[in-house]
Design a protein around this ligand. Structure first.
Ligand SMILES: [Fe+2]
Length: 120
């Protein structure tokens, strides 16, 4: 299973990965699953892009990195591994990890939420 199951607390905005596949409680309420955004109008600026170079995959996003609006993190999920890199505004949202088949790439925008690309 290489898809990320992300849950968010609607009260405090805490985000966690649900690895147990059961209800998680935060601030006294059940956390809600966060599904990848599919908004056609803004997907070009949010979907993770990738380039495979020899035994590595380089993941990036063509998104602004401004104080008020930026990519908070990129995450690469494989069969047995998860690599996440957190960014600050003005940093370049790029992540390089070893390539393997079946990777799923995620980006998280502070305004537009979760986005996913499956590596074909
Ligand atoms: Fe955005």
């Amino acid at each position: 299973m290489s898809e990320l199951k992300l849950k968010k607390c609607l009260k405090c905005n805490n985000l966690v990965e649900d690895t147990l596949n059961k209800d998680l409680i935060c601030c006294g309420e059940v956390m809600q699953e966060v599904l990848p955004n599919q908004n056609e109008e803004i997907k070009e600026k949010h979907l993770p892009r990738y380039e495979i170079k020899e035994d590595k995959i380089i993941v990036s996003v063509n998104h602004v990195m401004e104080t008020e609006h930026y990519i908070e993190w990129l995450l690469v999920k494989g069969k047995n591994t998860t690599v996440k890199k957190v960014f600050s505004p003005n940093e370049e949202p790029i992540l390089e990890v070893p390539y393997e088949k079946g990777l799923v790439l995620y980006s998280y925008c502070n305004k537009h939420g979760l986005w996913m690309t499956k590596v074909s």
